[in-house]
Design a protein around this ligand. Structure first.
Ligand code: XMP
Length: 512
């Protein structure tokens, strides 16, 4: 059993960030609902508990509360912001309602360096975001630091190993926050920090084998990072009991279907059923121009094709999906986050009722960059591991107007040139998505002595953290120049290239 830290989530916007910070320190952690019973934490052997911040006030009736036995587990507890106030209130201290919110940078005066502020300056900036604050710490606690507004900016009880921070050590605006977390994890909790992808692979393989036994698993492979990593991991765990279905809808990037087939079918030797359904999708899209109608047709056709391929394999007990940790957290706090929309075409939601599966979601605990690291650990090629997000309806939402075989081929060629040029940039990893869009207008040009009247391609590149908001990416002029020249010279039917300078909001990343 590896060491792990439980983070009880009181709903702060920073809760996920705490998890990120711990995992960056190679300490495995999980964000759990605030009401998780202490007995469960004990049974699962949590090395320590962190109480996150949250938007509520501990002074309000019905505000999120934790099991009081959390403080009696005998493991260290660190309360952050709301978590500190809750700790103070439950252990006999006094919390005062704040008239104003203190928000922003404050100067922390360290009163006692041990254990959390060891080797850090006596004065340092910290990030505050709170209304209420601790007026008197519970018996057994001493003040470890204060600010002008906050006499109890940090408190601790060494005997019980309980600590509280009024500010946020997890955000970048607290420059020494990472060191404070180090001190808590490595000095107070005695963590080893030995959580590695190799360990994750070993443990996942063991638990997948145990759960799946002799049964079989079906996976819809899309060629995207998540389903690819699930395929590689399951293949390692259960080999021939894994069956993958890859629906080539004819709307993928140039040679992408072949790449998936090569990697999973040939190199990995996975039982991969490729359904070449491009003509069917195109047939159903004929004459359709409305973007939502395109999505509906593609979604419905995908389910139909996938179902047929699944039935052909025979009875299967499990269905694997590439659900990631942010999706899990988001579905717990339904804020309508981005992943819900991003995933809508990938997860096989609308399967007919007689096809019943138990779900296997081996990436549920991982963040996206961890999934990429896992993919590398499993030997997936970089071209797959570092792929950009790609919409389920594929090039259909990048071909404005009717989707035809000819227009798909034109866009594939233009897009290939964008990919090649952008991939060559050292800043490649900063770009969230980059692609070409085929516009339904024609413009006049000249080629040699001849007047041309051909199509326009828009190039789009954006930076983003999660797809929810995005900024247009400042591609170097030289790159833009090469992209434009290559598309105009090499792609038949295109005589003009424009660059999209819009950000999201108010625009969206895709054009449809
Ligand atoms: P927008 O265009 O809404 O896109 O700013 C946000 C992110 O979602 C992707 N996207 C989709 N993904 N099915 C998908 O699976 C869709 O219908 C879809 N529409 C947009 C888009 O590529 C971007 O990453």
């Amino acid at each position: 059993m590896h060491e792990w830290i439980a983070i009880l989530d009181f709903g702060s916007q920073y809760s996920q960030l705490i998890a990120r910070r711990l995992r960056e320190r190679q300490v495995y952690c999980e964000l759990l609902p605030w009401e998780t019973p202490a007995a469960e934490l004990r049974r699962r052997g949590a090395r320590a508990v962190i109480l996150s911040g949250g938007p509520a006030s501990v002074l309000d009736d019905g505000s999120p509360d934790c099991d009081p036995a959390v403080f009696e587990l005998g493991v260290p507890v660190l309360g952050i912001c709301y978590g500190m106030q809750l700790m103070a209130k439950k252990l006999g201290g006094i919390v005062r309602r704040g008239e104003d919110r203190e928000y922003g940078l404050a100067t922390l005066d360290v009163l006692r360096a041990e254990p959390l502020f060891r080797h850090q300056p006596e004065q340092m900036p910290v990030w505050m975001s709170h209304g209420d604050q601790v007026e008197l710490a519970p018996p057994g606690f001493v003040a470890l630091a204060r600010t002008a507004m906050c006499p109890w900016a940090a408190m601790g009880d060494d005997r019980r190993r309980l600590y509280g921070l009024q500010f946020h050590p997890e955000v970048v605006h607290t420059p020494h926050g990472g060191e404070m977390l180090d001190r808590f994890l490595f000095d107070v909790c005695g963590c080893r920090g030995d959580w590695r992808m190799a360990t994750f692979v070993e443990e996942s393989v063991r638990s997948l084998r145990e759960r799946i036994g002799e049964d079989h698993v079906l996976l819809g492979l899309s060629g995207g990072v998540d389903s690819s990593v699930v395929a590689a991991l399951l293949h390692r765990a259960i080999g021939p009991q894994l069956h993958c279905v890859f629906v080539d809808n004819g709307l993928l990037r140039y040679k992408e279907a072949e790449q998936v087939e090569d990697c999973f079918g040939r190199a990995f030797g996975i039982d991969l059923r490729v359904v070449r359904a491009g003509p069917l999708f195109l047939e159903r899209l004929r004459g359709v121009e409305d973007p939502e109608e395109k999505r509906r047709i593609i979604g419905r056709t995908f389910i139909e094709v996938f179902t047929e391929a699944a039935r052909a394999i025979g009875p299967i007990r499990f269905l694997a999906q590439g659900t990631l940790y942010p999706d899990v957290i988001e579905s717990r706090h339904p804020r309508g986050g981005p992943s819900a929309t991003i995933k809508s075409h990938h997860n096989v939601g609308g399967l007919p009722p007689d096809l019943k599966f138990e779900l296997v979601e081996p990436l549920r605990e991982l963040f996206k960059d961890e999934v990429r690291a896992l993919g590398r650990e499993l030997g997936l090629p970089e071209a797959i591991v570092s792929r950009q997000p790609f919409p389920g309806p594929g090039l259909a939402v990048r071909i404005l107007g009717e989707v035809t075989a000819e227009r798909v081929a034109t866009l594939q060629q233009a897009d290939l040139r964008v990919q090649e040029e952008v991939r060559a940039l050292p800043s490649w990893a900063e770009i969230w998505q980059s692609f070409a869009v085929l516009l339904p207008v024609r413009t006049v040009g000249v080629m040699g002595d001849e007047r041309t009247y051909e199509h326009v391609v828009a190039v789009r590149a954006v930076s983003s953290l999660d797809g929810m908001t995005a900024d247009w990416y400042r591609l170097p002029y030289e790159t833009l120049d090469r992209i434009a020249r290559r598309i105009i010279n090499e792609v038949r039917g295109v005589n003009r290239v424009v660059y999209d300078l819009s950000s999201k909001p108010p625009s969206t990343i895709e054009w449809e």
